[in-house]
Design a protein around this ligand. Structure first.
Ligand code: GCU
Length: 434
């Protein structure tokens, strides 16, 4: 049975990767927004091993099939990330016990990623609720504009590193943040709500690990860890920027494991858009993350790549050649040749709870394709006796669904809103039994 990607998602069994498809390399062209033209390529089956064995139990998934799929994502999509160096240094550089009007403690933690104080450094910002009775669960994610953009608090250190210039021509000037950018990303983080709910919030600026442009890796972690530094010829399966940002999230989790205010067994990794692609890959790569949340992650994130709707692999490779590994370029114009698709990325979170959020006006990200990735991951969750989205059809707007695979499509644009956070908090409460 093949998965029909434009109609009702069928509960899957026996999918197979179509062999011998003829494909022609295409240049990016006008995006398709017509559901009748998304194509209907069969999806690779999460439950059929490379040797043909059908996975019918959780053990075979965990000991055999999961590793196969993970390796395919490493080889063809995000690249291979290095293991953790043994000499990372954590240094608390600032503590404010009276943040948010006394409701939270805010710490800044420098994480020296290669164990050298003059090497790449990630600055983690951690808010924990004051008066908690013990360690609390946490949300951890990368931010786009610096820790100082997450809340307008003037005490927060202004990020000193490279940033894309802002359109308002005052928040980021000459590729550096200014005072005007304080709090510019606050609505996306809802710090007060998260703290009032009894959770910690940890975040770092993704550009600390690698500046987000094609040559950025030369000034970031990837070059710092490479044999010949910025002169290294990156292998076709070497990690891309998303891999590096995700690796930074794991190092942040290493720190959280040491902080007594946080229950590191209850950390939800979260991200929006390119950073939602990053949180999905972080959750796949590091099983210590207890919940994985993808907010509007789109193409190269939760959206099914084989659906030709909105952004395509070809567009991603053209506009953001540094995000994925070199091998991913082979699939520009030929996503049906990918040996994996994004329902399998979602399945790599299993049996941990995963939440996928879409926005109705975010057609570029293919909201329906994001839903289908969750839907088609269900057979893997079923191996663990877990229920997935709990629905047969793409739900209506503002109707959150799902048990172990949460999903909603809200009204509005590509963004993270208070509504999104409301659902994430409920989902986390349910799974962390708060
Ligand atoms: C672009 C890109 C998307 C990405 C988004 C973002 O729109 O095409 O793939 O998710 O940027 O990160 O904001």
């Amino acid at each position: 049975m093949l998965l029909d990607m434009h109609l009702t998602p069928s509960l899957t069994a026996g999918l197979c990767l179509a062999a011998g498809l003829t494909v022609s390399a295409q240049q990016p062209r006008q995006p398709n927004y017509d559901e009748s033209k998304v194509g209907n390529h069969p999806l690779p089956d999460p439950l059929t091993c490379a040797d043909g064995l059908k996975v019918t139990d959780a053990r075979t998934w965990q000991t055999k099939r999961r590793a196969e799929i993970f390796q395919l994502f490493q080889t063809y999509v995000y690249g291979r990330s290095p293991t953790k160096p043994g000499n990372i240094i954590f240094e608390i550089t600032k503590t404010d016990t009276q943040a948010l009007g006394g409701k939270a403690t805010r710490k800044e933690i420098a994480i020296f990623l290669t164990g050298k104080k003059d090497g790449p450094r990630l600055d983690l910002q951690l808010y924990t609720p004051n008066g908690a009775k013990g360690p609390v669960p946490a949300f951890l994610g990368c931010n786009f504009n610096g820790n100082h953009a997450v809340h307008a608090d003037p005490q927060v250190t202004l990020n000193p590193r490279w940033m894309r210039n802002s359109q308002d021509k005052k928040s980021v000037v000459n590729n550096r943040a200014t005072e005007a950018s304080r709090g510019s990303e606050a609505s996306r983080w809802q710090v007060e709500t998260v703290i009032a709910h009894g959770y910690a919030l940890a975040t770092y600026y993704y550009g600390d690990v690698e500046p987000d442009h094609a040559e950025g890796w030369k000034d970031g972690l990837r070059a710092a860890l490479a044999k010949d530094g910025p002169n290294t010829q990156l292998a076709s399966d070497a990690w891309g920027a998303i891999g590096a940002w995700a690796w930074g999230l794991s190092r942040a989790l290493d720190y959280l494991e040491q902080d007594k205010a946080v229950d590191a067994k209850k950390v939800a990794v979260i991200g929006h858009s390119r950073l939602g692609k990053t949180s999905l890959w972080a959750g796949a790569s590091d099983e210590r993350f207890a919940i994985v949340i993808s907010n509007n992650s789109g193409e190269g994130g939760a959206s099914i790549s084989r659906r030709d709707f909105g952004e395509t692999v070809a567009v991603l490779n053209k506009n953001f050649p540094h995000w994925f590994c070199g091998n991913y370029k082979q699939f520009s114009g030929a996503p049906e040749k990918l040996p994996v698709d994004m329902h399998q990325l979602v399945a790599l979170a299993a049996p941990r709870p995963v939440y996928i959020a879409s926005a109705a006006e975010d057609q570029w990200a293919d909201p329906k394709g994001e839903f289908l990735a969750g839907k088609f991951a269900e057979p893997v969750y079923a191996l663990f006796g877990k229920q997935g989205t709990g629905v047969a059809e793409w739900p209506n707007v503002n109707q959150p669904v799902g048990d172990s695979i949460g999903y909603h499509v809200r009204t509005g644009k590509h963004d993270v809103t208070a509504y999104d956070w409301e659902q994430y908090l409920k989902f986390a409460d349910r799974h962390f039994k708060k």
